[in-house]
Design a protein around this ligand. Structure first.
Ligand SMILES: [Zn+2]
Ligand SMILES: [Zn+2]
Length: 149
């Protein structure tokens, strides 16, 4: 059981870490034309940038299918990525960007306020270059300090 839990946690954190690199160097690089639709979003329900969520979602499904019979590390890492994806959707899409109005922002929660401030800073100029705070959870500590105020 500990084995399973470790791989779930590994899958979760690998997503945040690889997501940071992909966001900084690929989405704000070669694939900016796609990611731009998130920074300059229109009023539609979907944005082209959602393609990245589908891509990450496919990775988790493939891992879980491959590891399903033996319930090996692939299944548990896939599960960790799925949990990350669901958490990302709630935090980033629902609570931060208000896609769907079914939840209120937990404004008294200092952890959420730190995450929120960091992501606002990421969206401050909405340009390809000169942007900061590329992670969702891994953000400069100063935002959590600001969030405490
Ligand atoms: Zn971005
Ligand atoms: Zn955003």
């Amino acid at each position: 059981m500990l084995f399973a839990l470790l791989f779930v946690i590994l899958g979760f954190f690998l997503m945040e870490i690889s997501g940071w690199f992909i966001h900084k160097y690929i989405m704000h690089g070669l694939l900016w034309r796609i990611h731009r639709t998130h920074h300059q979003r229109s009023k539609g329900a979907f944005e082209l940038n959602d393609i990245f969520s589908l891509l990450f979602g496919s990775v988790s499904i493939i891992l879980m299918v491959l590891g399903f019979e033996q319930l090996d590390y692939r299944f548990w890492m896939g599960l960790g990525i799925t949990i990350y994806g669901a958490g990302y959707f709630v935090l980033h899409d629902v609570l931060i960007h208000r896609r769907g109005k079914w939840m209120k922002r937990p404004n008294r929660n200092s952890f959420f306020r730190g995450i929120f401030k960091a992501h606002q800073a990421h969206h401050a100029n909405n340009k390809k270059k000169g942007t900061e705070a590329f992670g969702l959870l891994l953000v400069p500590l100063k935002y959590f300090k600001e969030g405490k105020k």
